[in-house]
Ligand binder design. Sequence first.
Ligand SMILES: NC(=O)c1ccc[n+]([C@@H]2O[C@H](COP(=O)([O-])OP(=O)(O)OC[C@H]3O[C@@H](n4cnc5c(N)ncnc54)[C@H](OP(=O)(O)O)[C@@H]3O)[C@@H](O)[C@H]2O)c1
Length: 355
Amino acid sequence: MATTTDDSTDTATATATVVGASGFAGGELLRLLAGHPEFEVTQATSREYANKTVGSVHPNLRGLDLRFTQPTDLDSVDVLFAAAPHGIAMAHVDAWQDAADNVVDLSADFRLETEAQYDEWYDGHSAPEHLDDSVYALPEISREELPGADLIAGGGCNATATILGLLPLHEAGILEDAHVVVDVKVGSSEGGAGGGAASSHAERSGVVRPYAPTGHRHEAEIEQELGLSVSFTAHAVDMVRGAAATCHVFPEDVPSKGDLWGAYRETYDDEPFVRTVAGGSGVYRYPEPKVVAGTNDAEVGFELDADNGRIVAFSAIDNVVKGSAGQAVHAANLALGFEETAGLNQLGMHPVGSP
Ligand SMILES: NC(=O)c1ccc[n+]([C@@H]2O[C@H](COP(=O)([O-])OP(=O)(O)OC[C@H]3O[C@@H](n4cnc5c(N)ncnc54)[C@H](OP(=O)(O)O)[C@@H]3O)[C@@H](O)[C@H]2O)c1
């Protein structure tokens, strides 16, 4: 049983397992769920660190009284959150569904709708019979489908940043027949705790390195969820957390700035975790990952380049919160009928160094 710094375990109504809890996204799930009024994490798995305390891997979680267990020895719980590498969820989904009423998977295994998409973008799929049942987690586009969902697929972090940046333009019809070019800059935690040479300090320090100029797998999710074609490039940059999307949109009919404000207000005024930051005064006049680090917030914004017939749409998230663990908890709240924002009301920090 996890001991938390508040009294959430006294009031918890749902039990949870976190598979892949020693990783970066798994650690964020443990952190967020420890402060969640409805969840009690009863099991956290890691093959490498089985029997060790979660604090031995995640020093920020030393206050939790919880040890890793093997993923082969699952308890019966209400929700199983999975944060394992691509390919694991599709291999274990049946066992996970036997152990839990709801499965929330953070990997790419259930994000796409068809086996043909997995053949095209990944290395196929070994459990395609589940693809029809899964719901894409991002509540800003799937809120209506989440209540009662028992298989939820967390969105990719770059896809999440891009979709949130473009969504107001999509809903206002501005993307119809538009040419869209997206450039996302991402921090090293996107590569996970075992990120390899490309994410080591020596190699990452100071870089703005294109790592997927074309053909990034998240392009498939963006195109699926927004129903349009995008030209997508990703850069690895020298930050730990964060994904910042810059979307260059060349529409058929260029809207006015007032139209753009109207579109952003219409889409996001009632969203609890998205705020529009577009111009104004001060240093942070457009979305900035540093400002949302550690939070489930997304910042979106835009600027109009009327002379060139271009809209520049921006979006910034923390990849391991809004881009994965926070999005998963948000979706689970909706699936289980909890308060939508439960456990996710952390504000960001300022000033802060590179997050
Ligand atoms: N990092 C991000 O920004 C981000 C954003 C969105 C989505 N995601 C997705 O979230 C998932 C986890 O990413 P991450 O960055 O947290 O990776 P990570 O830091 O490498 O963690 C992976 C975790 O999975 C566990 N694991 C590996 N193989 C396993 C297996 N066969 N069975 C059960 N557990 C296994 C590992 O622990 P043991 O090997 O000790 O069991 C570890 O706890 C990935 O699918 C990733 O695509 C990540």
